[in-house]
Structures are given as structure tokens and as C-alpha cells.
Write a protein that binds this ligand. Structure first.
Ligand code: PLP
Length: 437
């Protein structure tokens, strides 16, 4: 089949707008008539710098990224950021606590080596008793992130404030009421070092309907309330986000933003102290805490304009083209324009699934259904029914519908590049298949 005959619903890598791919094929061969292709030019060239700046500007426009946030392009993948979050936030936590300890203990008249010793003793105690990273586990990816955090700093420092499987027969698919979450309490302004969640769980089809109320800063200031970190890999730039509510947002590009190869992190600048140095890494080591590999050290990446090492500029360019397309399509509506389209397509598909509930079972609970990854079972999960469903879909050019290998079933990923026409064709097929049962 040719491209136009197929609608692809894969969960990532995912489809890209055809117009972007057409320009990309030209850019690969001969970028801007320079006689050389985009994969061949230096990441330190003027062209590369322009691509970086434009891509950043598009993201800033779409999401209204405030000036006190840095946009970083990384090659870590979403999984690499699971680790980066821990390394960077823990290092930042230690540095803040060190400064406070130094100021407070100096008041008592100590100085020099004795002060250093006292500061260290206090920090050691604080790490031991107070360092807690809170994780809301609502699906496979937040589970992995929490496991990575435990691997890096030790399970004793990880507080799984919510394991959504507990109230749902051991399976993901629900987000229990906030009153059931057991966040590390904040006492005298000191609470968890971070609260982490995955905004959209790609495998389980669970999406947070909105920012959790209990994580709101009481005064609206960044110095108040917990430091919130969100993995938005699979719903990035698909709906409005108030960036100010987050310390860090990150996501791999290969779903809504571009092709595999880059990860974007939007990091509050106050979390980027001077790049790690010998003194700070030595302190972390003495405290028994991990030191980030330099390519995961956000301050180093930020200081080098995301060019600490060779960045795949072609991948950044693709992301830039995709985002520029959204900026142009939606104008002043910005990301709200995309949100309306995404919501409409998701509603259409869920509408048919609900209409034929004797044939289809939507996996997640109604209140947390993902607009991006629509997970359902056919015939109660009977293999022959689901295979027949997939075969019939393929005959109509509807591809990439098989669910994740860990959970099975069907998953229709409804990312930005899935056209309304594609969603309509899928909805029609869902109707036809159900009527044939
Ligand atoms: N987070 C989410 C929500 C994902 O869907 C994925 C991958 O599908 C990841 C993280 C991991 O990303 P990567 O494969 O780029 O490491």
C-alpha cells in the first residue's frame, strides 16, 4: 500500500505529518540548497543553532513556557529521564539543604573546618531521615520510573504515594481519589524532594484528567507546595498545560512531537544550579548519593545550549517542523486548538466503543480514559476475536492497533498526526465489526 492508503495507530514511534516527511526527505538530501543534507551538517553550525532556537520558540509559543524555564534537548529517551530526574533533583535538594545548614550553623559562631564538619553531619542526618521522593504509580511507565529511582537512591528514599493497582484488582486502570494518596507530609515547609507522576500512561491508557488539586501550590508561588515532575511522553503538546505548576516536564519526541532520537525537558531554572563540580560530586558521594553521568546532568546541558555533545539536529528539526505546523494551524488558540481536535477524535472512538459495549470493553475507568491511547478488549479478550478484529482492520489499512505485549488487547493511539479522517475510518470499522458479531 502507499502512504495515503494507511492510517497508523502505533503507540510510538508514531505517525508524522506527511508534509513534514516530504520536506524532510528534501532536507536530508540538500538542506536549504546548501548542497549538503541536514544529517551531515555540524550541530555547532549557524543552521543548527537556528533550528534549535526556532524549535524552542515554537514550543514556548504552544505551551506558553515562562521565561524562568529552560527547554533542553536530550538524547536520553524517556527512560533516561527517569534516571536524570533522580540525579538532578537529589543533587539540587542536597545543595539547597547544604546552603541552609551552612547559614544556620555559621550563626552559632562556628567557621572553617568545624563548620564544614557540622554541616556534613547535619546533611547526613537529613538525607537519612528526610530525603523522600514521592511517586504516583498509575501505570507501567510511572512504575518503571519509581523502580529506577529506588535502584539509584535506595528503596528507603522512595515513597510510593499511590499504587493504583491496589484498588483495582491488581491492575492499572483507575486513579483513586486524592484523599487516598499518601504523600510525604510537608512540615515547616519541608516535604518530599519531588512528587512524580506520568500524565498519560501509554500502555494502560490512563490519563490524568487534570492537574492534581493536592499538588497545587497554596500561594501559587514556586517556593510553596511540592516540586512536581511529570512524564508527558505520550500526551505532550496535545492539551493545555500550566507549565508554572511543574518543576520539570519531560517527554520523548517519538509520539506527538517528532521521530525517535530526542527527548525534551522543560526545567524550572531554579533547579539548575551551576553545573556539578568536584566539590558537589564529592559531597554527594560522601552522603552515599549517586552522581549523574555528565550527559544526564541538566545544568551541564543547559549551560551548553543542549550542545554539550553531538545532538541529532535532524530530529530537532523534525520536532520544530511539527510544532511550527501546529503554531500555524491553530494561531492564537495555540495548543487549545490541538486539544479540541484530540478531544473530538477520542470522543468519536470511545463513543462507538461504548455504543457496542456487548462487543468492546474499554480497559480504564471512565474518568481516566486516555485521549491518546485508547485501550480496549474485543469479545472479552478472546484471542480469536481480537485477532479477527486486527485482521479486518489491516484489510482496511488501519494499522498498529495491537495492544502492548505486556497487557494484550487493542490499543488505538490517537496522537496529533492521526487525522480526523483516520479516526473516522477507525470509528466506522468499529461499527461494522461490532455489527458483524
Ligand atoms: N514514558 C512514557 C509515558 C512512555 O510511553 C515511554 C515509551 O513508550 C517512555 C517513558 C520511555 O521512553 P523511551 O523508550 O524513549 O525511553
Amino acid at each position: 500500500p502507499s502512504r495515503g492508503d494507511v492510517h497508523y495507530f502505533g503507540a510510538g514511534p508514531a505517525p508524522l505529518p506527511t508534509s513534514v516527511l516530504e520536506s524532510a526527505s528534501k532536507a536530508l538530501l540538500n538542506y536549504k540548497d546548501k548542497g549538503i543534507g541536514l544529517c551531515e551538517i555540524s550541530h555547532r553550525s549557524a543552521e543548527a543553532n537556528e533550528i534549535l532556537a526556532r524549535t524552542r520558540a515554537c514550543l514556548s509559543t504552544l505551551l506558553d513556557v515562562p521565561d524562568n524555564y529552560e527547554i533542553l534537548f536530550l538524547q536520553s529517551g524517556g527512560s533516561g529521564e527517569f534516571s536524570a530526574v533522580v540525579f538532578n533533583i537529589v543533587a539540587n535538594w542536597v545543595e539547597r539543604r547544604r546552603k541552609v545548614a551552612e547559614t544556620e550553623l555559621a550563626v552559632s559562631g562556628t567557621a572553617g573546618e568545624q563548620l564544614e564538619k557540622n554541616v556534613f553531619a547535619r546533611l547526613k542526618k537529613e538525607v537519612d531521615e528526610e530525603l523522600k521522593l514521592d511517586y504516583l504509580v498509575t501505570g507501567s511507565w510511572s512504575l518503571k520510573a519509581s523502580q529506577e529511582a529506588a535502584r539509584l537512591v535506595g528503596a528507603k528514599h522512595i515513597n510510593v504515594a499511590l499504587d493504583a493497582r491496589r484498588s483495582n484488582d491488581g491492575k492499572f486502570g483507575k486513579i483513586p481519589d486524592e484523599s487516598e494518596w499518601t504523600l510525604t507530609p510537608t512540615v515547616a515547609g519541608r516535604g518530599p524532594a519531588l512528587v512524580y507522576y506520568c500524565d498519560n500512561e501509554t500502555v494502560d491508557g490512563v490519563e490524568f484528567p487534570h492537574f492534581p488539586s493536592c499538588l497545587e501550590s497554596p500561594s501559587g508561588s514556586e517556593d510553596d507546595g511540592p516540586l512536581v515532575v511529570a512524564d508527558m511522553s505520550s500526551n505532550f503538546i496535545s492539551r493545555r498545560v500550566d507549565v508554572r505548576k511543574f518543576g520539570v516536564i519531560f517527554g520523548g519526541a517519538q509520539k506527538n512531537v517528532g521521530n525517535t532520537g530526542i527527548t525534551i525537558a522543560v526545567v524550572r531554572k531554579s533547579l539548575l544550579p551551576p553545573a556539578s563540580n568536584m566539590a558537589s560530586t564529592s559531597l554527594l558521594r560522601q552522603l552515599g548519593l549517586p552522581v549523574a553521568p555528565v550527559v544526564l546532568d541538566w545544568p551541564t546541558i543547559a549551560k551548553n545550549n543542549s550542545l554539550y555533545n553531538t545532538l541529532p539536529i535532524f530530529d530537532v528539526w523534525i520536532a520544530g517542523q511539527v510544532m511550527e505546523g501546529l503554531v500555524q494551524s491553530y494561531g492564537v488558540k495555540k495548543i487549545s486548538g490541538q486539544q479540541e481536535v484530540s478531544d473530538r477524535k477520542a470522543k468519536l472512538i470511545y463513543g462507538v466503543l461504548d455504543k457496542y459495549s456487548q462487543v468492546y470493553t474499554v480497559v480504564p475507568h471512565e474518568t481516566v480514559r486516555s485521549r491518546m491511547n485508547i485501550c480496549f478488549r474485543v469479545g472479552g479478550g478472546a484471542a480469536e476475536k481480537e485477532n479477527a478484529f486486527l485482521d479486518g482492520a489491516e484489510k482496511r489499512g488501519l494499522l498498529g492497533l495491537k495492544g502492548h505485549r505486556s497487557v494484550g488487547g487493542i490499543r488505538a493511539s490517537n496522537y496529533n498526526a492521526v487525522s480526523t479522517e483516520g479516526a473516522e475510518k477507525l470509528a466506522r470499522y468499529l461499527e461494522d465489526f461490532a455489527q458483524g458479531q
